[in-house]
Design a protein around this ligand. Sequence first.
Ligand SMILES: Nc1ncnc2c1ncn2[C@@H]1O[C@H](COP(=O)(O)OP(=O)(O)OP(=O)(O)O)[C@@H](O)[C@H]1O
Ligand SMILES: [Mg+2]
Length: 581
Amino acid sequence: MSDPYRNLLVRLWRDHVVQFWPLLIVAFVLMVIEGSTLGAISYLIQPLFDEVFASGDASAVTWVALAISGVFILRALSGFGQRLLIVTVGLRVTTGLQSRLLSHLLGLDARYFQDNAPGSLIERVRGDTLALQGAASSTLMTLGRDTVSVISLLSVMIWSDWLWALLAMAGVPILILPLTILQKLIRTTTRAAREAAARLSTQLDEVFHGMVSIKVNRLEQHEAHRFDTEVNGFLAAQLRAERGKAANPAIIDVIAAIGFLAVLVYGGQQIMEGDKTVGEFMSFFTALALVFDPMRRLSAVSGQIQAAMASLERLYDVLQARPTILTPAQPKPVSRGDIVFDNVDFSYGDSPVLHQLCFTAAEGRTTALVGPSGAGKSTVFSLMSRLVDPSAGRITLGGVATTEADLDALRDSIALVGQDSALFDETIAENIRLGRLDATPQEVRAAAAAASVLDFTDEFPLGLETRVGPRGASLSGGQRQRVTIARAMLRDVPVLLLDEPTSALDARSEQLVGEALARLSRGRTTLVIAHRLSTIRDADLIVVMDKGRVIEQGTHDALIARNGAYARLHQLQSAGVTTPL
Ligand SMILES: Nc1ncnc2c1ncn2[C@@H]1O[C@H](COP(=O)(O)OP(=O)(O)OP(=O)(O)O)[C@@H](O)[C@H]1O
Ligand SMILES: [Mg+2]
């Protein structure tokens, strides 16, 4: 086992398992009891035959019968107890680990979630922890109970006849090599199966989120077919893993066959000559017949450990991911002031998006960003709120570079209304309150009024207490937008970032919300992105972007007078091309 995994096991043990040590010890004691009952049963076979059946000793019937049924009841109780304890500990460890994984994931960069699809992360947080729990519980059970069973049964065999016992195990050394090879195979095939499971979850996630476009584009068959392909891939991978696991006990049965053969060939004569009592003989063979079952399970243990390692590796990948966007060691306090983009370069991976971007958004004023789709306007907002950091240049707020400022304080000073309204499956009021968790119901209502949310909630029977459905699905696009605007209003912070905040609204609501936003942005440093120039003509500065560069800037009048890109765009729009309803 390589070092990182050993470290991870140690960490898992220390953080999630060790606190359950009293339960684990009790479970282990019960396992030892359960395991040793098998030896006791095969041991009791000898008096059963020799004293009851052969000698016909009537008083022996009672005690042998009581002893054997007593052993079975002990086995039932200890087996029940240890299973219950192991499952309880297993579930507690798993749920603890799931919470920890989520907290860890929440701390990672926004970037991480673009590189890792939601479905695959869900599969890690849920699927891999459960797979780990299943494998770990059965490993613990097997190790505790079956080791003791094997030892007790082997003891009975050795006590009956040590040479026979040795012969019975003749197959073990022959099959050690194939068993070892099999373990490696199980690890790689299980890893492949887990990855296939993650792809399945990713696709399911996409399908359920994209249901509307699937239906209107009539992609049902296409998606079903795509899923079939993935599911077949998963099936093949999982079957390969299961084949490996199933081969394990088969190898043990081969060992059993060799063992029986050796004992009978060598010992058959002795039996016929009557060197042994029937009881000794039966006792030995009962133990021999019973020993292969726990041995089978023990042989599967290392396969289970390999399977658990495959899940553990995937959990390790998540836990070792570190955020890069952090508060620096000596953060500077965030103050109010101008927002300055100073020669900012930025690329997503290898594709450059912004080139030496320069502009200043004056404190307390409204600066508008306009430009064609893909120009990099939303990226400016991602940089401002430090969802990503520039590859060159600086972004400053009140003279302090965003990368040198306290990250929490920076984000606390920004309200963002994004292009897609992020609503959660809670009530409208709760969704608004996400802007400021300690807001009073009155403040929430005031924000809802200002963003014209009350205009539509007044018609709902539950008003602001209406649930919005998963990702806000039961509201219209314009209603969702107004809820996110209300959230930003509640936030009451010095910097406002508005990414097409009214794009989904009809003319009347746009006017109402526009007025509310104008009131809101008064005195705040506001950056607003808009495609409809009519909404930003009063901005103090208009920055025109194209292909990641600033191509012109100025007030509406100055830009019109300049007769450049902005003037052309304005001409197009006033000709009615994109005039709203
Ligand atoms: N997560 C991402 N990964 C890779 N490339 C991205 C990512 N987000 C945006 N881009 C690319 O960056 C460029 C700028 O995108 P951005 O979202 O900033 O454009 P925009 O000006 O806001 O456009 P729109 O007006 O359509 O919203 C685009 O070419 C886009 O393909
Ligand atoms: Mg955008």
